[in-house]
Design a protein around this ligand. Structure first.
Ligand SMILES: [Fe+2]
Ligand SMILES: [Fe+2]
Length: 278
């Protein structure tokens, strides 16, 4: 299976690069399944139902979020209607929506998507390590699903790496999100799980993690509340990883970064088309 996971989309610039590029990426990389992290898509803060519809239209199969999930109030009831959007699963019992789902890839194969928030320097939620263990005792790759992807939304590189190794050999892919800066450590771990500590954002990199730099600098320099943070509006870079899984085991055979547009050096994996669809 061929998977693409796009990092946190930030503001209008991020939405534009994703909506412009994703339909062609689905074709050129012959993708079976696409996840987009949309937690900052609405001006840097949260996501709206209208933006979700644009991402689905552009080719996202599932939208993940993070600590900014509730920033736009109108998204709360949407979680009751749209199963293809996930919030971190380790929010307390009774929180709207879900953080785990089984979805269909292009040809009907089943993909488990897990979305959890890390704990270090983040909102204190339930233990993500224990939560994921519980899910994986019920749902096993190779038996119940054909691929499994974790979007682990967190600040600390160590926590994300520990999670990757805990799940090595049991899921197809572990990606970190939230830091908005892509890491250069994309690799297939020793037991076959694709891993990257952070995907980076889909946003304008002439910024402070996607927000206009002047206001952000002010906030760091002055210890009084500064100007409102706004999403940077220059050309955005789409940051993602491309993963090929083994059809028999669900494990990753290959992982490669994708960067397109904007200021970061571009990179795009070479792929051979396998599907019959042109
Ligand atoms: Fe984010
Ligand atoms: Fe976040």
């Amino acid at each position: 299976m061929r998977l693409l996971i796009c990092g946190d989309v930030v503001g209008r610039a991020g939405r534009k690069v994703v909506c412009d590029r994703l339909p062609r990426l689905r074709e050129s990389l012959d993708l079976d399944f696409v996840v987009v992290n949309g937690e900052n898509a609405a001006g840097g803060f949260g996501i709206t139902p209208k933006i979700c519809a644009q991402f689905f239209e552009a080719g996202a199969d599932v939208i993940t979020t993070g600590n900014h999930v509730w920033d736009q109030k109108e998204i709360v009831p949407y979680f009751g209607k749209e199963p293809r959007i996930l919030r971190p699963d380790n929010y307390p019992e009774g929180t709207p929506g879900k953080g785990v789902g089984i979805f269909e890839a292009r040809d009907g194969r089943r993909v488990l998507v897990l979305h959890y928030m890390a704990l270090l320097f983040m909102t204190p939620l339930d233990d993500p390590f224990a939560g994921i263990e519980r899910v994986l005792t019920r749902t096993r790759m190779g038996r119940d699903v054909d691929a499994a992807i974790l979007d682990f939304h967190g600040e600390a590189t160590s926590e994300k790496m520990a999670m990757g190794h805990m799940l090595d050999g049991r899921v197809s892919l572990v990606v970190g999100t939230h830091s908005h800066v892509p890491t250069a450590d994309a690799q297939v771990l020793p037991h076959g799980t694709g891993y990257i500590t952070d995907l980076g954002m889909c946003g304008d990199y002439d910024s402070v993690i996607g927000m206009k730099k002047e206001a952000s600098i002010e906030r760091f320099r002055k210890k009084v509340p500064g100007p409102r943070l706004e999403a940077a509006a220059g050309d955005a870079t789409l940051c993602a990883v491309y993963v090929e899984t083994d059809d028999a085991t669900g494990l990753a055979r290959r992982i490669a970064p994708v960067r397109l547009g904007g200021r970061l050096a571009p990179t795009m994996p070479e792929v051979e088309r396998v599907s019959a669809e042109a």
